[in-house]
Design a protein around this ligand. Structure first.
Ligand code: ADP
Ligand code: ZN
Length: 609
């Protein structure tokens, strides 16, 4: 372990191991097998990279994320580690060179695509090398019911037969108990030590707010908190993706569109640009997903509600993979509730499947409407327990008010009933508020006993009442597509005045928890720091320097330095190479290569001390 620590410090530039890392590394260094379940951003890469460097021979890393391999290798080379990769993007000359280097023992870490690894030629080549370990990354891909299933992963069990004496490890961020068992069985890891941490992504701040002119909400969020950052904006339809991207460009952002309707070359180009740059907003449908392993995505914003908590967690999980503060913002409205209710009711599949879909949607709606900690609900959904509120979600940061809505709910339900359960929310609201619309006159609804009984609440407040009643299942939406509201049997106790009901008071402002407050709370809860207003110009200068070097070396900016390293520079403001050495993420090789350039930025910049 002495050697492992030396490598941590001098090669990677970090002072201490994270929880679990040391134990995993020790196991592998001593020749044992391991199963490692660690949340994204938890630091899995070091768990195989360091043992590969400590042990004799080459560490072979199996990964399905071909698009990333080149950058992973570039990142390791940047640290002074001899690394290589073998996948379908390699020319035959490049393959030949890699093969020769492997045989000469000149490669310490080799990334290989699974389909390639299981080919006889590759196994034969590896048979002639000294191998330090096999690391099977994204190991959940062996699970046949999972959405990332790869049949090639099933064939990876050849490794234990070909290389019985080489330690093997499987790593993933997403595996429930069933998937863990599947990994152990399929990959022959019955004797492996298990290192299992929870699902929590503490650096992601969850915020969910009702829609109130959603474009303005998004704009406020981007302008006040995410200037110049990378992020993803998810929309449900292709048309909305195109229009939103266009509109964001008009507002001065670098926004690109991505959906299955765009020609392939476009999609690839946009994806590449997103991965390469550090300030692109990708507006996308959920077609934009697998393989988006970009570490420095600072936010994921949903302009439409995902249809389940699984989908929400996976999509928001693309933010903050580098472990730095990131934000997940969801804006949802009554239309979303109605649309999704109808979609699940009309979806293909049998009754059981539809009922499951309804349950999933209900759980998602529940998450949107709760007034307590979002993270506790999210984690509980996946079987994890968080004992205390997280302090890093909108409900923790700005606790929402609730109000006794018993009377209002009775009015609304009774109005739906009296008007014949044939009308949508707008008309019901108009009746409650006593509006003289054409439709009201046409149906003679001024005669209803509920006409005008709800003038005390605004149109928005009524919308919130109806949305929450629907989300909680007291109201149903008709399935024909007109969005008429219907009473559900469960609402009877409320109508009869036997059940009190409290609702959340909508606070559309929580969508933009003020920068100061978010920063302060992030700091309090995790000792992390966001960039303060006075440091911003300096921050942008450091990023410009990183960008320049990234272009010079032909790598993405995060390969030069992670955001966390630039933030540590901001904090320490080093003025000598020696001081630069103490910045987290600055190892020997990077100090040599980039230290001087960043010192120039420091000197050039007249920051107050
Ligand atoms: P994962 O693969 O689990 O998603 P990574 O291996 O990419 O996570 O690590 C996430 C981030 O944490 C990276 O920026 C990495 O450099 C950083 N990191 C990992 N281990 C440490 C450590 N011991 N000290 C400081 N930073 C670390
Ligand atoms: Zn919370």
């Amino acid at each position: 372990m002495h050697q492992a620590l030396h490598i941590l410090e001098h090669t990677f530039g970090y002072k201490t191991f994270r929880p679990q890392q040391a134990a995993v590394i020790k196991t592998l260094v001593n020749g044992g097998d391991a199963l490692v379940i660690m949340p994204t951003g938890g630091g899995k890469s070091l768990c195989y990279q360091i043992p590969a460097l400590v042990r004799d021979g080459v560490g072979v890393v199996v990964s399905p994320l071909i698009a990333l391999m080149q950058d992973q290798v570039a990142a390791l080379r940047g640290l002074g580690v001899n690394a290589g990769f073998i996948n379908s993007t390699l020319s035959s000359q490049e393959f030949f060179d890699t093969e020769r280097a492997l045989l000469a023992g000149a490669i310490k870490v080799l990334y290989v695509a699974p389909e390639r690894l299981i080919q006889p030629r590759m196994l034969d080549l590896l048979g002639r090398c000294h191998i330090a370990l096999f690391a099977i990354d994204e190991a959940h891909c062996v699970a046949q019911w999972g959405h990332d299933f790869r049949s090639d992963y099933l064939k990876l069990d050849v490794l234990q037969h070909y290389f019985p004496r080489v330690p093997r490890m499987a790593l993933t961020a997403t595996a429930d108990v069933r998937t863990q068992q599947e990994i152990v069985a399929r990959l022959g890891l019955q004797n492996a030590a298990q290192f299992i941490s929870g699902f929590d992504r503490p650096n992601i701040q969850y915020r969910i707010a009702p829609k109130d002119k959603p474009r303005n909400q998004l704009l406020r969020f981007l302008r006040s908190e995410q200037q110049g950052n990378s992020g993803i904006v998810y929309c449900l339809s292709r048309d909305k993706v195109d229009k939103t991207a266009q509109w964001l460009r008009e507002q001065g952002f670098n926004a690109l569109a991505y959906h299955a309707g765009l020609p392939n070359p476009f999609r690839e180009k946009h994806q590449r640009q997103f991965l390469r740059d550090d300030n692109i907003i990708m507006v996308a449908t959920i077609a934009f997903g697998m393989g988006i392993d970009k570490p420095d995505v600072r936010f994921v914003a949903h302009l439409d509600m995902p249809k389940s908590i699984e989908a929400y967690y996976q999509e928001t999980g693309r933010a903050g993979r580098d472990g730095e503060p990131a934000t997940a913002l969801l804006l949802y409205g009554f239309e979303d509730v109605i649309k999704l209710r109808q979609m699940t009711a009309n979806s293909e599949g049998n009754e059981v499947f539809r009922r499951q879909e309804q349950h999933r949607l209900n759980a998602m709606l529940g998450l949107c409407e709760i007034a307590s900690c979002r993270r506790q609900v999210l984690l509980r959904y996946f079987g994890d327990v968080l004992d205390v509120p997280c302090g890093n979600c909108d409900n923790c940061l700005t606790p929402p008010e609730t109000w006794d809505a018993t009377e209002a709910c009775r009015m609304a339900l009774s109005c739906v009933y009296r008007s014949g359960q044939r009308f949508g929310s707008q008309h019901v609201i108009d009746i409650l508020r006593g509006e003289q619309t054409d439709k009201i006159k046409q149906y003679g609804h001024t005669e209803l006993t509920t006409f005008g009984i709800g003038k005390k609440l605004s149109e928005n407040e009524w919308r919130s009442v109806l949305r929450q009643l629907t989300a909680r299942g007291f109201l149903d939406v008709d399935l024909e597509g007109f969005g008429s509201l219907l009473l559900n049997d469960s609402c009877r106790p409320i109508l009869r005045g036997e059940q009190a009901i409290h609702l959340r008071r909508d606070n559309t402002v929580t969508a933009g928890v003020s920068r100061g407050k978010a920063a302060k709370l992030a700091k309090l809860s995790k000792g992390e720091h966001n960039v303060s207003a006075e440091d911003l110009p300096f921050w942008f200068a450091l990023r410009a320097c990183r960008k320049r070097l990234a272009e010079e070396f032909g790598v993405p900016p995060y390969v030069i330095f992670h955001d966390s390293t630039l933030k540590d520079m901001l904090l320490k403001k080093p003025t000598s190479l020696l001081a630069m050495r103490s910045v987290s993420g600055v190892g020997d090789a990077k100090l040599d290569k980039f230290g001087a350039a960043f010192l120039d930025v420091m000197r050039d910049f007249e920051y107050p001390r």
